[in-house]
Design a protein around this ligand. Structure first.
Ligand code: GLC
Length: 543
């Protein structure tokens, strides 16, 4: 290990693994995953080689948005277990060298949170100003034209106190008023509660939504809106999201986090690159890592992705550490977007780029989106806009552990149906197959963990066209890797143009035949093929 490695925090060098707890492993046989279930699978997670787990919300919740509607920030929903279970899980993770990142949802609470219940009780309530209450327009209409991400208006009328409250998501998820100092303090205390328990950081839900225009001005109409888009996209959310004042709040969250050793603050931010970068903070006082969703959002096209990687790299602020996400609980799975074979290339991209990768549970075995019949649909986003096919259920199905009933996820019927392919696509079956998706992930993660060139070295784009992306990764010590990825299903040739050309041996390949081969001036790849090449010493290679 180089000295550089020793000084790099875990969240830079390691891989983060996202767990959607409802769907990971059900230890108590009720068809819903739980904390004991995660405990049960810690050895697997450690074996996979990731450094940290981020667990989606498990706090007490009426589950209108499956836990993203929180009724108590400092407890555990009985569905998922108890505080003892959580503490055991944290301890078990730490014993295995795994960090634990919690999902922190500060933008809104559940409408059943005691704060909102109190706020709603009367205009004179001490907590009235904890939420965003507004009179209607003189004609009784809604205070402005803002829309909810989950469809319909963002304003809900309260007949009892005769005012509207704002909800950027479901009406069961009223937005907190972050302009109120008492709200801020209460939420920083929530962070401290978990940090004191020893958690290693937070993924902050919808960070860019936290604060709204003080005057609540109307959002402008989006001229590019098309019918197939969610109704939310009819307007440009310029006054309801990404307000300048958000950065002062993120800076306070960072301060709270930094008061503890080696903790991480990650922000969920869906914004174009330039706006995203502002979430790093002007003086390294923002999020350590605002999530980068380029690989989730872009069409899977080599030139487009290569350009986006360069734009992102080029836009990073000094000391801003990059990160990459290929999938999560809100978006279609990579296998369903690009196909099973190309998903192997995608994994190679995710795990060899410069920056922290976040891996979504199940992607390591190639789980796909599962079609959920309308009558089984659970996700409110899908249920609210049935004509638009926006349900997130398909990417949230139970983890496929084995070929046993319910894919070994549970002894009971799971809350969401399991993929029919589970007998072929499961952990048990792929574990010992050296060429499975799971083995490919393990190899890539292991290589990444052991090579400073990959986990913290520089990134240099070498070439891209409409088929391939080629780049190299170099460590200051002189170790170098070349990555050549074919993002199409057609064979391709990459001809090295520099003299002398790079030499080296393939260390990981998406197809077994390529492994251990020596590269030459012309590199031929089959469709859906990618290789990682250990380059011969840089002095030989670049002079
Ligand atoms: C975030 C979560 C998503 C949730 C929403 C509202 O985008 O990732 O699952 O529905 O916030 O909390």
């Amino acid at each position: 290990m180089t000295s550089l490695t020793t000084h790099s925090p875990w969240w830079k060098t390691g891989v983060i693994y996202q767990i959607y707890p409802r769907s990971f492993y059900d230890a108590n046989g009720d068809g819903i995953g739980d904390l004991q279930g995660i405990m049960h699978r810690l050895d697997y997670i450690q074996w996979l080689g990731v450094r940290a787990i981020w667990i989606s919300p498990f706090y007490p919740s009426p589950m209108a948005d499956f836990g993203y509607d929180i009724a108590n920030y400092t407890d555990i929903d009985p569905l998922f277990g108890t505080m003892d279970d959580f503490e055991q899980l944290l301890q078990g993770a730490h014993q295995r060298g795994l960090k634990v990142i919690l999902d922190f949802v500060p933008n809104h609470t559940s409408d059943l949170h005691p704060w909102f219940v109190e706020s709603k009780s009367s205009k004179a309530s001490a907590k009235r100003d904890w939420y965003i209450w507004q009179d209607g327009k003189p004609d009784g209409g809604e205070p402005n034209n803002w829309k909810s991400v989950f469809g319909g208006s963002a304003w809900e009328w309260d007949a009892h106190t005769r005012q509207y409250y704002y909800h950027g998501f479901l009406k069961e998820q009223p937005d907190l008023n972050w302009r109120n100092e008492a709200v801020q303090e209460a939420m920083y205390d929530v962070m401290r509660f978990w940090l004191d328990k020893g958690v290693d950081g937070f993924r902050v839900d919808v960070m860019w939504h936290l604060i709204k225009d003080a005057q609540l001005r109307d959002n402008p109409v989006n001229p590019d809106y098309t019918e197939s888009q969610p109704t939310y996209d009819q307007l440009l959310p310029v006054y309801s999201t990404d307000q300048p004042e958000v950065h002062a709040i993120v800076a306070r969250m960072r301060e709270v986090t930094d008061a503890y050793d080696e903790r991480v603050l990650i922000g969920e931010v869906y914004l174009p690159i330039q706006q995203l970068m502002t979430y790093y903070g002007a003086q390294n006082d923002g999020a350590h890592m605002p999530f980068n969703f380029l690989l989730v959002r872009l069409p899977w096209q080599a030139q487009e992705i290569a350009a986006a990687i360069d734009q992102y790299e080029g836009a990073l602020p000094a000391n801003g550490w990059p990160n990459w996400v290929l999938g999560n609980h809100d978006n279609p799975r990579i296998v369903s977007r690009v196909g099973e074979s190309q998903a192997r290339v995608a994994a190679m991209l995710l795990l060899t780029l410069r920056g922290t990768p976040t891996l979504y549970y199940g992607d390591e075995i190639g789980m796909r989106d599962v079609a959920i019949p309308a009558e089984e649909m659970q996700d409110p986003q899908g249920l609210n806009m049935p004509e638009k096919d926006l349900s997130r259920d398909p990417c949230r199905t139970p983890m496929q552990w084995s070929g046993e009933a319910h894919a070994g996820f549970s002894t009971a019927k799971p809350w969401l149906r399991v993929d029919k392919r589970y007998r072929r696509v499961n952990v048990e079956r792929q574990r010992d197959d050296p060429f499975s998706m799971l083995s490919l992930h393990r190899k890539l993660i292991e290589l990444r963990n052991s090579e400073p060139a990959l986990n913290q070295g520089s990134y240099t784009p070498l070439f891209s066209n409409d088929q391939v992306i080629v780049y190299r990764r170099d460590s200051p010590d002189g170790d170098s890797f070349l990555v050549v990825l074919n993002l199409t299903s057609r064979p391709c040739r990459y001809r090295q143009s520099q003299q002398p050309y790079l030499h080296g041996q393939v260390v990981v390949a998406t197809s077994p035949e390529m492994e251990d081969t020596i590269i030459s001036e012309n590199i031929y790849l089959n469709g859906d093929e990618g290789i990682v090449v250990r380059l011969e010493h840089r002095d030989d290679a670049t002079t």
